[in-house]
Write a protein that binds this ligand. Structure first.
Ligand SMILES: [Zn+2]
Length: 250
């Protein structure tokens, strides 16, 4: 069976977004906050494509009415689903005391030890216990680090630590530098693409977009992949074939 998804509203900015069913946390693409997903206020759909479609629709003017109607109709089925999902036990980590190091340092150690490859934010939340950190505090730090580019979100529910900044007394594991470069590349491309589109008040043709980004040194493959991903995340829409409009916030 395909993975089901939920469409829900960001409790901070009110924009609609989506996540895999069972996921408890994600980054809001609109306001940049790491948010909790309230499954009770979510619409369950069969796949990511449908979720992405509904996100675009609900975020349009008047789309909220549509959401509320569907939510009402789905309520009963949803309650059963939630029970199903919540029966799955959360993985728990033993509360290993990490010396008496400072909070910030413990957080960086946690990131270095566990997050140099993408990690599900739900899992990271659990990990905080092991490092004796409060999730609410960590979440705020991560939002700041994501603005600096120290952590990135390959998907809105996956987090990855990409800085090589050393923490005093901690020797980071060596990582191949090629991988790091390509991550920076992806991040820069997302930013460059957003900037091009945000600079225009009307949809930009795909060809024009490709020309501008190629001139900045990105390859066609990278551009195609990034456009596809940003559309999936509901940050881009294609109001008419071959034309793209930015609807995300960053
Ligand atoms: Zn938001």
């Amino acid at each position: 069976m395909r993975k089901r998804f939920v469409v829900f509203r960001c409790p901070v900015c009110g924009k609609f977004t989506y996540a895999p069913l069972g996921q408890k946390t994600r980054l809001c693409s609109f306001c940049g906050k790491i948010i909790r997903i309230d499954a009770r206020q979510a619409i369950v759909v069969d796949d990511a494509k449908q979720a992405s479609f509904l996100v675009k629709r609900y975020n349009l003017k008047g789309g909220e009415k549509n959401y509320l109607e569907t939510l009402k109709a789905q309520k009963k089925e949803l309650l059963n689903l939630i029970e199903e999902v919540e029966e799955v036990p959360e993985s728990s980590y033993e509360g290993k005391e990490v010396a008496s190091s400072s909070k910030t340092r413990r957080m960086f150690i946690m990131l270095k030890e566990n997050c140099t490859n993408p990690i599900n934010i739900d899992e990271l939340r659990e990990l905080c216990k092991k490092y004796n950190l409060e999730w609410d505090w960590v979440r705020e730090q991560l939002e700041v680090l994501s603005k600096e580019g120290t952590v990135i979100f390959p998907k809105p529910w996956l987090l990855q630590y990409i800085s090589d900044e050393t923490v005093e007394g901690y020797v980071p594991k060596k990582r191949p530098s090629r991988k790091k470069n390509s991550l920076y590349q992806v991040k820069n491309l997302r930013k460059a693409l957003a900037n091009v589109l945000k600079g225009k008040n009307e949809p930009v043709s795909y060809n024009e977009l490709v020309e501008i980004l190629k001139a900045k040194g990105f390859t066609l493959d990278e551009i195609e992949e990034t456009v596809r991903k940003l559309s999936m995340e509901g940050l881009l829409i294609e109001p008419r074939p071959g034309y793209f409009l930015w609807i995300g916030d960053y």
